[in-house]
Design a protein around this ligand. Sequence first.
Ligand SMILES: [Mg+2]
Length: 294
Amino acid sequence: MTIKSKAVMDTIRQQMENAIPRQADLNNRYLVASDFDKTLSFNDSGLVLSEMVGIRNFEDKVAGLAQTNLVQPGAELAYLLRHDPEFRAVRREHLVEAGKGVRLKHQVSLLAEILSEELAGARFDFYVISAGPAVVVRSALEGIVPADHILGTEFDFDTTGEICAVRRVPAGYGKVIVLQELESRLKVSPDRTIYVGDGSSDLYVMQHVNSRAGHTIAVSESKSIGRIAQRTVLSDNATSVLVPILEDVLQWDAASIRELFARYGLAMRDWDKVRTDWLTFHPTTATSETALVS
Ligand SMILES: [Mg+2]
């Protein structure tokens, strides 16, 4: 074999060796998709925006709209921004400013940092899928999550700066569509998808993820979501969602999880595991004795 052909063979061998770890990487790659409002934040960005522009009855407007089922759950703000005269004054700069006014849960940046690192051979792609305006969410998470990892409601603005069209709303079933596109773009199989959310806008997507052997995590005590999510984690610290990911997906034990948090300077003060049964009763029309006899 000549020196030249040996060099070619070495190159081919190297390329083949490189191809094998790439395949292994794909098998250990997970998509972590998280809702934004009340999942990564304490407050609702729609409420922050409304208060900023002087609209006092935002929650009543949302409740009224939700009751009509005119829009997908979570898409109420998008509808109001496009169609409610009171929101006509909203411009892009208001959306940016509202994002800065949103109070994020503690250590969202640490959550993003930990998920960007390889954990016991597993790699994570962290994306935010929100029914809220993408401009608001990108502004709130600036410097924490890259803009192209945030998928939210997109608007068109006319020459005066007014919102003139709604391009896409990732709310309700719309979140399923966005998630499927992400899975196919990132080549992540559905059983390696992890979805984190808090509310009714997340119900469809959680049912979808569960049905395809993925993992679902609720971060609120809402009964509707708790019934569907595989795990519920309540904390004011955003990194708490790592607990079910490490326990259920990577099969880590409690000691290893505590060790990981300690490595990032976090000591767990309380870690209570509580199984909650929600029960309500109402009196029956017949007494128990009557019911037994009849
Ligand atoms: Mg939410």
